[in-house]
Ligand binder design. Structure first.
Ligand code: DHB
Ligand code: FE
Length: 287
């Protein structure tokens, strides 16, 4: 059977992708951000999964604002890096895992979560920046991401967005789905987006270090309690785009302890301000 071996949590700041793509990652400003991922890149080489289930949000790129699924699972064989206005990022094409994705869709939908099936989708910075941070820069032609990726898009752009409670329960359903796939695959689940940031309005630039670090503490120690937090707390304390953090609860819900198993091991924790307008947070938990 397949199993979930670890979860990874990270911000997806688009300027991080631009810094890498434009060769600026050694500038002092960016070096401080990338230094938090040196351990992670080594860890990923040593704990290479067969598949990454990558929870992210599309920023009105693939779905536009005309059609907005709450939860969408990528069932395609490949995903092209999206053009977000400056041309596609020069990174490798993302290979999918249609068999596992179709199985997860079957299992999770029968488990009463309504997913949208996506057979074609370009993936924006929400998905490619976490891959770049964890895998390092990759040549678009000769390089490749370390394994197939199942993109799982969550609407955190247009209200109403799903609650933390529902995201946490969905993570548990994803775990059940993975564990009922009849192949011995090592699967990692990544929760991305966040941490505190607000990109517009009078509070643009809002960062809340204390709240972010408390979120990281609770994500490790008290995820079920954290999942009860209402949207208004995220928005008030972590800014309008801080709501992206509900996606981390999907990954956390898929960990063994939530299903009665042992507590995860914290392999790595990192927090840094600023990266563009955003606080960068990062955790690696091992089952
Ligand atoms: C920024 C952060 C985001 O999460 C995003 O999607 C776009 C911009 C920023 O910090 O600039
Ligand atoms: Fe974002």
């Amino acid at each position: 059977m397949a199993r979930i071996t670890a979860s990874v949590y990270t911000s997806h700041v688009p300027a991080i992708g631009a810094a890498l793509d434009l060769g600026k990652s050694h500038e002092p400003y960016w070096q401080k951000v990338f230094s938090g991922y040196e351990f992670s890149q080594q860890w990923l080489r040593e704990h290479r999964p067969d598949v990454i289930f990558l929870v992210f949000n599309d920023h009105a790129t693939a779905f536009s604002l005309e059609m907005i699924p709450t939860f969408a699972i990528g069932t395609a064989a490949q995903y092209q890096p999206a053009d977000e206005g400056w041309g596609p990022r020069p990174v490798p094409v993302v290979q999918g895992h249609p068999e596992l994705a179709a199985h997860i869709a079957q299992s999770v939908i029968q488990d009463d979560f309504d997913l949208t099936l996506v057979n074609r989708m370009d993936v924006d910075h929400g998905l490619t920046v976490p891959l770049s941070l964890m895998c390092g820069a990759q040549d678009p032609k000769t390089g490749a991401w370390p394994c197939p990726v199942i993109p799982f898009a969550v609407n955190v752009v247009q209200y109403p967005v799903p609650s933390g409670r529902r995201c946490f329960a969905l993570g548990q359903a994803i775990r059940r789905a993975v564990e009922s796939f009849d192949e011995p695959l090592n699967v990692q689940i990544w929760g991305t987006g966040g941490m505190s940031h607000q990109l517009q309005g009078p509070r643009a630039g809002l960062i809340n270090r204390e709240w972010d670090n408390r979120f990281l503490d609770r994500l490790v120690e008290d995820p079920a309690g954290l999942a009860q937090m209402p949207h208004i707390d995220y928005v008030r304390e972590a800014g309008s785009e801080g709501i992206e953090l509900v996606m981390w609860l999907i990954a956390r819900g898929a960990m063994a302890d939530v299903a009665g198993g042992p507590k995860p091991r914290v392999a790595h924790r990192f927090y840094h301000v600023p990266a563009s307008n955003t606080a960068v947070g990062h955790l690696i938990l091992e089952n």
